[in-house]
Design a protein around this ligand. Sequence first.
Ligand SMILES: Nc1ncnc2c1ncn2[C@@H]1O[C@H](COP(=O)(O)OP(=O)(O)OP(=O)(O)O)[C@@H](O)[C@H]1O
Length: 260
Amino acid sequence: MQVAAQVDDVSFSHSGADTPALEHLSLSVPAGEIVALLGPSGAGKTTCLTLLDGRLRDWQGRVSIFGNPLDPDCPPPKAHRPTTGFVFQEFALVERATVLRNVLNGRLGRMSPLRAFLGLPTSYDLQVAQSALGDCGIADLARRRVDSLSGGQRQRVAIARCLAQEPQLILADEPVSSLDPTRAAEILTLLTEAARARGATVLFSSHQPELARRFAQRIVGMRDGGIAFDVPATELSDDATTELYRGAVQIPANGLRAVI
Ligand SMILES: Nc1ncnc2c1ncn2[C@@H]1O[C@H](COP(=O)(O)OP(=O)(O)OP(=O)(O)O)[C@@H](O)[C@H]1O
């Protein structure tokens, strides 16, 4: 079984913070799995996703993505970066550019340096971008400027940009937090279906246990930078979620899992 993300005993503190954002965190995600990270504000979900994206420095422990170790002192080598795609909570799109240009930006890491510099996609880049737009149901918006779109449409663009990168591991930080329940379910449907069709692994964070249950195979409950529980989605009880948000779930010692 191939492992998409392996985290062993990782601890990390943001500079100037009084308490660690991650504390002896261990997590293993097999390739192809869809995992939801639940937990109250400040639990460490964003920090965990940022760690896996190779953007954190000065952490202790061991992390590898598809077997390639991350280095706490420097970003991942360029050749490995497109493997991991990130969907930001606030979309992080170029507002004044078209939808197609934004989606093509997802290809930059896979273009030659000269093409990336000139913003000159190959016909393959265009084909991948068009396919991502189609999968996200926004092919008809390709020529529209992002600043003319609704929140739900922007989130689709952000996901299409991520898919255009052809990542094997998709990290999504609260991808539906700003959307109404119907739109949220639509977006998670397209994200998880597109990932499955591509054989990609997904880790998404959420504050909505019912969506996590519906769209993830496995649910990891985080609190105080550690893992409070790690269960198949079908086994997540309402009590466990309530307790997680109430703060009553004890963080087990490193390497152990709480029994729900
Ligand atoms: N840039 C930062 N500087 C200092 N402390 C930070 C920074 N970012 C996060 N933290 C702290 O790290 C801890 C974990 O934060 P993180 O954003 O990972 O939690 P989260 O579970 O994603 O929360 P939310 O659900 O609100 O997004 C919190 O105590 C937070 O205050």
